[in-house]
Ligand binder design. Structure first.
Ligand code: SAM
Ligand code: SF4
Length: 543
């Protein structure tokens, strides 16, 4: 205990003299060290008092530093936002939701705040959630549409999920992979199978993948990192994977560091339900049983320098209103502690899975789902929203209007299914849950073009080191026109040249032409020159 204190006093002095943010970071880490040691080495009153003083001092310095460089204006809530420390107070969230039904002017004021590109706080979000009369819902959806068009334009980023292994030690009550489901067909792709899957995905024109894993002793950070490297090395004909994201179990800081070094984009971890009591019901055993470990997992990613993280909740496990509020609360936490918001927010709805019979009490209707997407768009205007093929094509088409910016296409969830010839019906025993939108990537792209969305496989920001890209798209005037639209056009042109039918090629270039009319010279000329290069066979050109 004495030596811990000696270090602490020394550090404190250094900070007082230098006021340097690196040392401040170091002192914060020490504070956590002391926090973890406190229970095992000290019950002394004096230690605790000094410890608390130290903690306050450290936090004060941190908030001062953050204030100077802060991109965000997070709010203070019942549980202070301290790195690596749980932050959800379920009663506080419930109290916001229990507020009175808002007047029209209040709803309009919140919408105006969002349209002026400010993130909404919990009170604002509750106002939108509680405004459930048809007229309010309609103005909320209209505002979400406006925000999406103004901020993101008409690009839609495409990706595909690739399930690598479905062995799992957990018992999540909603998942076909849970350990107690004896009917599940368990597979971990061999290196050769993995390569075949990636080749099949490249043959379709995919450029961005999310690798998905169960939680299992074999799926170590090293295994995940090796898998990522293998995927990047698969190059078939014109195909290559340029961005690999991950959805897997929470790791420790060292594990996140190892996976980051393999060159991943986003690490997604869904809290499933943010309600602590409900969480216990759905997660009776296995490492995932630990609510706080999962809640703070993306803090550990940040500590490891992995600042591109995706949050999400599984809708249907508890009241959607609570989960939407909690995701805003999680956003506040990441902003307050790390000066970075979530890169993406996901809102999967519960689907049928092998041997699952869940109560439908919290089922979210299509109408509420669309309303929720509009509210999330307004609540966190700078973050990408993902809607996966769990949803039917019509539902996805509707929520694209309200701000969804990323979708998967050509999705197959059965492990090893991309490389299978003549695959027909889905087999629930081989997949985590039922896929409702089984359109091919080609068909998804065709439908997007029909609706005048610009399909994009862009990976430029991440590869150019423009991290926090969604924040830049959102906050830097002209960023979308200068970077996102040209890069979307280039990646679409590559797709049209390498994978599309003649009819689709014509349709795609027509949309590109229309898109160019909305830009200005000399950018239009630059884009045309690059398009000529792509037509001549050059690839991977981006700004
Ligand atoms: N095993 C890792 C974990 O649990 O974090 C990876 C995630 S799992 C393979 C991907 C996500 O699918 C889960 O986080 C959960 O939200 C979602 N999911 C599980 N069962 C589902 C179901 N029946 N319907 C829809 N989504 C489901
Ligand atoms: Fe395992 Fe993830 Fe499914 Fe839970 S959701 S059973 S952890 S694969």
């Amino acid at each position: 205990m004495h030596s811990i204190f000696a270090t602490f006093c020394q550090k404190k002095q250094n900070v007082a003299h230098l006021g340097n943010s690196k040392i401040n970071f170091c002192i914060t880490l020490d504070f956590r060290y002391i926090l973890s040691k406190e229970t095992e080495c000290s019950s002394s009153w004096q230690f605790k008092n000094k410890f608390l003083h130290y903690a306050r001092f450290s936090l004060h310095l941190q908030s001062e530093r953050n204030f100077k460089e802060m991109k965000f204006t997070p709010e203070k809530y019942n549980l202070p936002d301290i790195p690596m420390t749980p932050f959800i107070d379920a009663e506080e969230i419930a109290a916001f939701l229990a507020g009175p039904k808002p007047e029209r002017q209040e709803v309009e004021a919140v919408i105006a705040k969002s349209l002026s590109k400010q993130r909404l706080n919990l009170q604002d979000t509750a106002t939108l959630i509680n405004a459930d009369d048809p007229e309010s819902v309609s103005i909320i959806k209209q505002a979400a549409r406006e925000l999406k068009e103004a901020v993101y334009g008409n690009r839609i980023v495409l990706f595909a999920p690739l399930y690598v292994g479905n062995y799992c030690m957990n018992n999540c009550a909603y998942c076909g992979f849970r350990t107690k489901n004896k009917d599940a067909v368990r597979i971990t792709l061999s290196r050769q199978q993995l390569i075949q899957e990636v080749e099949a995905l490249e043959d379709e024109g995919q450029k961005r993948l999310i690798l998905v894993f169960g939680e299992y002793k074999q799926y170590t950070p090293q295994f995940i990192a090796d898998t990522v490297r293998t995927v990047y090395n698969v190059k078939k004909a014109a195909g290559e994977i340029r961005r690999v994201n991950i959805n897997a179990a929470p790791l420790d800081i060292e594990g996140f560091r190892m996976v980051k070094e393999a060159g991943i984009g986003t690490y997604q971890i869904f809290q499933e339900t943010y309600h602590p009591d409900m969480y216990q019901l759905y997660h009776p055993s296995g490492p995932k049983k630990d609510y706080n470990n999962r809640l703070t997992s993306l803090d550990r990613a940040q500590e490891a320098g992995l600042d591109d993280v995706g949050i999400g909740a599984l809708f249907g496990l508890y009241d959607w209103r609570f989960e939407a509020m909690a995701m805003v609360r999680h956003t506040n936490h990441l902003e307050a502690c790390y000066n970075v918001g979530p890169h993406t927010i996901s809102f999967p709805r519960l689907q049928a899975a092998s041997n699952i019979a869940l109560d439908k009490k919290y089922e979210v209707s299509d109408a509420d789902f669309a309303r929720m997407v509009a509210i999330l768009r307004l609540a966190v205007p700078y973050t990408g929203l993902i809607c996966t093929a769990r949803e039917k094509a019509e539902v996805r088409r509707e929520v694209l209007q309200y701000g969804v910016s990323q979708i998967d296409g050509g999705t197959k969830l059965e492990i090893g299914a991309y490389a299978e010839q003549n695959k027909t019906a889905q087999d629930l025993k081989r997949e985590q849950f039922h896929v409702s939108d089984s359109r091919s990537l080609e068909r998804v792209i065709d439908d997007l073009l029909d609706d005048e969305y610009l399909p994009s496989f862009c990976t430029a920001c991440y590869r150019k080191g423009r991290t926090g890209e969604h924040f830049m798209e959102f906050s830097v005037p002209g960023f979308i026109k200068r970077f996102c639209t040209p890069n979307a056009v280039f990646t679409l042109a590559e797709y049209l040249e390498d994978y599309a039918s003649e009819a689709q090629k014509q349709k795609g270039y027509q949309l590109i032409e229309k898109q160019l009319q909305e830009l200005e010279e000399p950018l239009i000329a630059q884009i045309r020159t690059t398009l000529e290069c792509i037509k001549r066979g050059e690839r991977d050109l981006y700004l």
